[in-house]
Design a protein around this ligand. Structure first.
Ligand code: URA
Length: 257
């Protein structure tokens, strides 16, 4: 039976900070199954109990999933003393749920960044064993040549004793030089180092896809939205799904497909 302290329940659902939640409870603003409860330590059953705050029912959701169109200039971290982080783009109600970014984009990279509080979901996307594919669009300072396609396919040496796994490269235009690159790993500055290895510098970089989850191009940089049930159920490009079908308490119920 999934039991939680009432103050933690309210904090996890983003209603209030833990101390504000205690205050709300002590003031008599919270009821459990229509009975006002004034003890913050009361345990509630998240599957069965009906919790109201100031007369409004709080739906229990353990996990939440968002896609952010990360803008340039913010760092992929949960907090930082001086720099703006991707979580600074989210309101307190969501941050209180303990969300974190799935993987990392450089400060000057934009595009798809998933944000969740589900560690298993994040692991399934990030584990090197899963080899989840990531698609980027790059603006380059020069044309690295048609033979770069073959070099990427074979795996380029990116320094630090490391040769990148085979990757796909496709040019979109030659003036300016724009390319799509698909990689299945996530080393530090990976795409920039791969282009460096073939003689070009990345001027702009944008992530378009992670597994089968595509950036919603209607999101402006800095905007986010929840993942849809379909996005949650989509595979990672292999036969595995990112999201185990029978996980409970997701943001959205996973349809039986
Ligand atoms: N590769 C990079 O070089 N930077 C990123 O942010 C992501 C992939």
């Amino acid at each position: 039976m999934p039991k939680l302290r009432l103050d933690k329940f309210l904090k996890d659902q983003g209603i209030a900070s833990r101390s504000e939640a205690r205050e709300l409870i002590r003031k008599g603003s919270v009821s459990v199954n229509d009975v006002i409860v004034k003890n913050p330590g009361t345990h509630v059953n998240t599957d069965e109990d009906i919790i109201n705050v100031k007369g409004e029912q709080v739906e229990y959701r353990q996990f939440v999933y968002y896609m952010l169109n990360k803008p340039k200039g913010v760092i992929t971290a949960t907090e930082d003393k001086t720099l703006k982080t991707v979580l600074d783009l989210f309101p307190d109600e969501i941050r209180r749920r303990g969300v974190f970014p799935v993987g990392r984009l450089d400060k000057d990279t934009e595009g798809l960044l998933l944000i969740t509080n589900d560690g298993i979901f994040a692991h399934n996307l990030l584990s090197p064993k899963k080899g989840v594919k990531k698609l980027y669009e790059a603006l380059l300072d020069s044309f690295p040549g048609e033979d770069a396609i073959k070099k990427f396919e074979e795996g380029v040496y990116i320094g630090d004793n490391y040769t990148a796994l085979p990757a796909k490269l496709q040019y979109i235009s030659k003036d300016p030089v724009r390319a799509l690159v698909e990689i299945c790993e996530g080393k530090f500055h990976q795409v920039k180092r791969m282009f460096k290895a073939v003689g070009a510098s990345v001027i702009e970089l944008k992530r378009l896809r992670m597994g089968n989850i595509r950036l919603d191009e209607t999101l402006k940089p800095g905007q986010f939205r929840e993942l849809t049930p379909e996005e949650l159920c989509q595979g990672d490009g292999s036969s595995d799904t990112l999201f185990p079908k029978n996980r409970k308490n997701s943001t959205a119920d996973t349809p039986d497909v």
